[in-house]
Structures are given as C-alpha cells and as structure tokens.
Design a protein around this ligand. Structure first.
Ligand SMILES: [Zn+2]
Length: 264
C-alpha cells in the first residue's frame, strides 16, 4: 500500500498536465472508487477545466482545477496515477481518465480500495482539512507527538504509529522501519515507553520520512540499503545491523517484522 513517500511520487506524475485543459474524460460511473461523489457533476465540470496544482497530505492527494473544482485521490491498496501519451487507450481498471491535448492523466485501481472524490467550491473541501500536522513540518514536534502518544497509552506503539490523525502518511513498512531504528518492540504498550524511547521514536519518524521523501518520493529509487525494508518481506530476512534473523508476527492487525536483538 502506498505510504507518504510513494504518494508524494505519484502526486508529481500528474504535474506534467498542469496548465493543460481537460478536453474529454472517461470514467466508470458505478465503480466504488467514486463512492460518495456526484460523478455527473464531476463529468460536467471537469471538462473544460485546467489542472492548476497538486498537493499531498499523508496518504491523500488533492488536485485543484480551474472553475473552483477539486479532485481528491486516495490510492488505497493497489491504486496508481500516471500520465500517458495522447494516444493512450483506457484499459479495464482505469476508472478515471482525463484527456488533455498533449497527454492523458490516468487513475488505475485493480482492487478498488482507492477513492476519487469530487468537490466544487471556492474553498478547499472539508474532507481535505486535517488537524494533524505533516511529519516534515515544524508543527510536528515533540509536544504534538508526546500528547498523541499519551492519548493512546493503552495501544501497542505500532498501532499508534499507524493512526493517520497522529502520524499522517505512515503505513506498515514505515512504522516497522521507525521502530527498528528507535530500538522499540512493536508490541510494546505505549504507556510502557521510557522518555528516551519516546525521543528515539520522534527522531526516527522525522528521519525515516525525510530520507524516504529524498529517495522514493523524489524518483521512486530505493531507500538506503541498510534499511529494514529490504529485509522485512524476505522469508529469511536478517537485521541489517546484527544479521540476526528477523521475527515476524501480526501486531495491530498487520504483518510486523523486528530484530529481537535491537528491539526489546
Ligand atoms: Zn538488530
């Protein structure tokens, strides 16, 4: 599932079409990715509109079009967006295709856990607003994180890191990476964390997000070689530091990997 850094990369794929007018579009009206949206209004208003700007917030994207039109996209499990050449023909899982004169902007989602939302209005849509600061921003500081951890004392730390209203954009692989780096056991109850561990989690969160944006988010290149992500899905994955076999279990409903020597 795309997390913050992958989403940032996908967001930029439609930037090729900025300034371009939508001359036609095709969409799968009844597909569940459009749940809650007025697809007829989407169709009527977006044709003739131009793509003005794109934004990412956690795992969500927002595209602003002329004429006070907004498109929100969540990629879900298997969604992606990309730009194709003007000759492109829509395929089976292309649920939304925006035709410009020079290119075609495509949203594809084979399993349909993603979502496309349309909004018409002068201010950004209500569903785009968020109380959680972006992790790379200055507002995401120790105070915010400490208060958030304190509000979820009873949950395992892995579950707390997956909460989008506290750690927007963090998903399964980034949470494991953060906890491995912070040397904290994923199943540890948040209330049991020492001040030192809270500091380590805060620092690791900032670091993992920044470096992921510099690699994956920039050009979809791999995160640094000595990261856990390269080992965590392998059957015989090892800790990049100790070469100890990783342990695997389901924590917070998600497959989780950790090093029994680093993380206690
Ligand atoms: Zn280790």
């Amino acid at each position: 599932m795309p997390e913050l850094a992958e989403v940032e990369w996908f967001r930029k794929q439609w930037d090729a079409g900025r300034g371009g007018e939508i001359v036609d579009l095709s969409l799968h009206t009844r597909n569940r990715v459009f749940r809650g949206s007025d697809v007829h209004q989407l169709q009527q208003r977006l044709i003739g509109a131009s793509l003005l700007s794109s934004h990412a917030r956690g795992k969500r994207m927002l595209f602003k079009f002329s004429g006070d039109n907004w498109l929100g996209i969540h990629l879900g499990m298997t969604g992606n967006i990309r730009a194709e050449t003007a000759k492109y023909r829509a395929a089976k899982h292309d649920h939304l295709v925006l035709f410009q004169r020079e290119r075609v902007l495509v949203f594809t989602d084979s399993r349909q856990f993603g979502r496309v939302r349309f909004y018409h209005g002068s201010d950004e849509p209500d569903w785009w607003k968020s109380d959680a600061p972006e992790i790379i921003s200055r507002e995401f500081d120790r105070k915010f994180v400490d208060e958030f951890l304190d509000r979820h004392r009873k949950a395992p730390i892995k579950a707390v890191l997956l909460m989008q209203n506290g750690f927007p954009g963090i998903g399964n692989w980034m949470a494991d990476e953060i906890l491995w780096r912070a040397k904290v056991l994923p199943s540890k109850k948040t209330t049991k964390l020492s001040a030192r561990e809270c500091t380590a989690i805060f620092r690791a969160t900032k670091f993992v997000v920044r470096r992921s944006l510099e690699t994956l988010g920039e050009d979809f290149s791999d995160p640094p070689r000595n990261w856990l992500i390269h080992q965590k899905w392998k059957r015989n994955g090892i800790c990049p530091i100790h070469r100890t076999p990783l342990r695997h279990a389901t924590v917070a409903g998600r497959t989780t990997a950790w090093c029994p020597r680093c993380q206690r």
